[in-house]
Design a protein around this ligand. Structure first.
Ligand SMILES: [Zn+2]
Length: 219
């Protein structure tokens, strides 16, 4: 039976089919306390500080953990104060980590799609790049899909009808991010908005997950 896969959650008490987002400072304790829970680890562009080199080392170290099924969230954000060149340097290092361990990269991207696409073209990574919390227009979604990105939807789904109707389901993931909502609600909204039956949607997201998160652990 297929599950409600949630590829990005900040709620530690999420279900076994959720990937819990951890920051470098949290990851060691998290894997000790939740030894069977899938998680991701990454340095978010909002939280890059003087310790970023040590934090990247933590990401690189924990990237090998079987519990860590993805790298991220990492990314580029034109609206945050962190200098953009520094964001790019930190992002590039995390793309290299994802390549090294061959795990997907969960990307936070704000007003920097053309840069992210350019980097993907230059680097030609084997690991899948997933834009999380995607809330862009259908035209941006199309461009990203053309460059083989996956898109993960969560917040604001009901306002994204055009986008949701235009993306191939093979490229779709769903997430709760930092909202307290259940992942079931996110699936329901997507299913009604597109529209697509819940069964088909769940089966397809499960398939996408199996294909892209090959290093996942089964809990
Ligand atoms: Zn997040």
């Amino acid at each position: 039976m297929s599950e409600f896969i949630n590829i990005h959650s900040h709620q530690t008490e999420s279900s076994a089919s959720s990937i819990i987002n951890c920051y470098p400072a949290e990851i060691e304790q998290f894997v000790q306390q939740h030894p069977t829970q899938m998680c991701s680890v990454g340095l978010h562009p909002w939280h890059i500080n003087e310790q970023y080199e040590q934090e990247l080392e933590i990401v690189a170290r924990f990237a090998f953990s079987p519990q860590v099924v993805a790298i991220g969230e990492a990314g580029l954000d034109k609206l945050t104060e962190t200098p953009f060149p520094l964001q790019q340097a930190v992002f590039l290092q995390q793309t290299a980590i994802a390549e090294k361990v061959q795990k997907p990269l969960i990307i936070h991207c704000v007003k920097a799609y053309s840069k992210i696409i350019q980097l993907k073209k230059e680097l030609n990574p084997q690991s899948t790049w997933i834009i999380h919390g995607f809330r862009g227009k259908a035209s941006i979604a199309q461009e990203l899909i053309q460059h083989d990105f996956c898109l993960s939807f969560g917040k604001g789904l009901i306002y994204l009808e055009n986008t949701i109707c235009s993306v191939p389901l093979e490229k779709v993931f769903l997430e709760t991010d930092d909202s307290p909502n259940d992942i079931e609600q996110v699936y329901e909204t997507f299913s009604k908005t597109r529209p697509v039956s819940m069964e088909i949607l769940k089966d397809q997201v499960n398939k996408n997950f199996e294909e892209i998160f090959q290093n996942r652990i089964l809990c």
